[in-house]
Design a protein around this ligand. Structure first.
Ligand code: KG4
Ligand code: ZN
Length: 342
């Protein structure tokens, strides 16, 4: 057996500063995340300028902590993987510059990783000491649902992606965030909607589902507008807004379209499994619905890996490292990097 490969991952694409050590793309030795959530909450969304400055303040300590928790020094890792994009330019460069500095100082290889690729490779990860998760079998249909992306992808093998479809307007997470703002539920919207929906009736409002028959695309802006219209209508009549019922009805509409279309795609392309990843995959209704509607293995990462973290970047970085990818010190951030162009 060959010696294990250990990758240091660094992530700073949005509002979490994160570093992690992952072995062989599967075992998490450390996973440190500093969330800026409370800082951005008062703006009701991520404030890019504030985010990048906060990354600068915390990133050194986060990388040190990830190494310390894994009982390793930089000399023990095989490569440094860092999120190259997509994300906020000013945030991405902080992680990239940190990784470049470490690579230059240590002579370790540097690997730029696509953030969405990171999200989907979290399906291979488990904490050291825990049972490994069942290994996803190809071909796979992958649904990535985050704050900035909704992508349906066919994966016939490691690191190869065929885009089946994606959102034509708002990302799923973005819809959660916007509707939460509309209902005054706070930020980030996903967890706030989920919590409020627990006390609501999902059948109260018949919000529209955009099926976009004949293709694999999604659309959430009509749903958002329907919620807005309902809220305005009630306000004009001087009626109270039943936020919990609205949250539940909205959540059910989003979940239904995501789950049904993903399972249809899996059938159509003969997938042996489904991966669901990205921040919205933390949603309890979405997780439940996938389990109930298909007999195929559905790989959804544990909650701590659904939202942004660096273990997923180290995980994807491992497969890129094994394939021979090495990036130079001159690579730039790619704020709009599609997964299909990696
Ligand atoms: O992947 P992520 O952490 O960051 C991006 O790469 O965008 O995803 C963040 C998104 C936000 O829109 C947030 O509202 C959503 O994921 N989210 C959720 C839940 N937890 C986070 N959406 C629905 N239900 C949740 N429980
Ligand atoms: Zn993300």
């Amino acid at each position: 057996m060959s010696a294990p490969t250990r990758i240091l991952g660094i992530e700073s694409s949005c509002d979490e500063t994160a570093a992690a050590i992952v072995e062989d793309g599967r075992v998490i030795h450390s996973n440190v995340v500093a969330s800026q959530e409370t800082i951005h909450a008062k703006y009701g969304g991520v404030f890019p300028e504030v985010a990048s400055r906060q990354h600068i303040v915390t990133i050194h300590a986060i990388v040190d902590e990830a190494l310390k928790q894994a009982h390793l020094s930089l000399g023990d890792v095989d490569a440094i993987a860092v999120t190259r994009g997509p994300g906020l330019p000013g945030s991405l460069v902080v992680g990239i510059n940190m990784a470049k500095g470490l690579a230059l100082g240590s002579g370790k290889p540097l690997i730029g990783v696509n953030h969405l690729e990171g999200h989907l490779y979290s399906a291979w990860l488990a904490r050291a000491g825990a049972d490994p998760v069942p290994e996803p079998e190809f071909p796979l249909v992958v649904l990535i649902v985050s704050g900035g992306h909704t992508e349906l992808i066919l994966m016939r093998d490691h690191l190869t992606y065929e885009r089946l479809g994606g959102t034509l307007d708002d990302a799923a997470g973005e819809a959660f965030d916007k509707v939460a703002r509309l209902l005054d539920l706070g930020y980030p919207g996903g967890p706030a909607i989920q919590k409020s929906a627990q006390g609501g009736n999902p059948l109260t409002f018949k919000f529209p589902r955009a099926w976009l028959e004949g293709g694999w695309d999604f659309s959430f802006s009509g749903l958002k507008t329907a919620v807005l219209r309902e809220v305005r209508g009630l306000e004009e009549k001087g009626k109270a807004i039943p936020a919990a019922d609205m949250a539940a009805s909205f959540q059910t509409a989003v979940v239904e379209v995501l789950v049904v279309k993903t399972i249809e795609a899996a059938k159509k392309f003969g997938a042996k499994g489904i991966i669901v990843a990205g921040g919205v995959s933390a949603n309890s209704e979405l997780r439940k619905a996938f389990g109930m509607r298909t007999l195929l293995p559905v790989h959804i990462p544990p909650l701590f890996l659904c939202t942004d973290n660096a273990a997923m970047i180290a995980g994807a970085g491992h497969f890129r490292f094994m394939k021979g990818q090495r990036d130079g010190l001159d690579f730039d951030a790619l704020p709009n990097w599609p997964l299909t162009e990696v």
